[in-house]
Ligand binder design. Structure first.
Ligand SMILES: [Zn+2]
Length: 179
């Protein structure tokens, strides 16, 4: 008689739900890693429609010398150009960190259906952190919000970036004092 083998741990790892929030957030995190490698604040975003990624972007403020070049803004522009429409009504935006007021404003203008983010931002977040622009009853569009997907990974990347930036700054200041 054949006995069915129990699924091994490595096999379980291979079973990835390609339509899950975790999967798409891991793709946004890859963009955040890309930003980190480019010495940008590590935030990444992807936009999904019908379970397909139609745009992916990383924060490029320093590279483009453009304070509006947040990952979400670049991803929105890409998605609009892919679809040939400024309405992103059936789209979901995955971003590793809670969107700021600028990006939340753009998200509402583009009518994104749902926003999924990693770590929250109590000081600057506009998806419920310090303000909720994504769900303002007075605006003509509101997005569903799913917070905290791969939260720890997103936060750790940002914390590492700022710790290293502080260390670099400290070393630079010490170097200047010695010269
Ligand atoms: Zn932003």
């Amino acid at each position: 008689m054949m006995e069915s083998d129990p699924i091994s741990a490595s096999e379980v790892e291979k079973i990835i739900d390609l339509e899950s929030d975790t999967f798409f957030m891991s793709q946004a995190l890859r963009q955040a890693q890309k930003a980190y490698m480019a010495e940008e604040v590590p935030v990444g975003a992807v936009i999904v429609r019908d379970s397909q990624i139609i745009a992916r972007a990383s924060n490029q403020v320093e590279t483009l010398k453009d304070a509006t070049a947040h990952a979400e803004m670049l991803a929105l522009t890409q998605a609009q150009s892919v679809l040939g429409d400024w309405r992103l009504t059936d789209c979901q935006l995955y971003v590793s960190k809670e969107p700021c007021p600028m990006c939340a404003g753009a998200i509402v203008h583009c009518r994104i259906e749902r926003v999924i983010f990693g770590c929250g931002d109590k000081k600057g977040g506009a998806a419920g952190g310090f303000i909720n622009l994504l769900q303002q009853p007075t605006l003509n569009h509101a997005a569903e919000v799913t917070p905290g997907v791969l939260e720890e990974e997103s936060r750790l990347l940002i914390q590492t970036f700022f710790r290293e930036a502080r260390e670099k700054q400290k070393m630079k200041t010490q170097g200047e004092m010695l010269s």
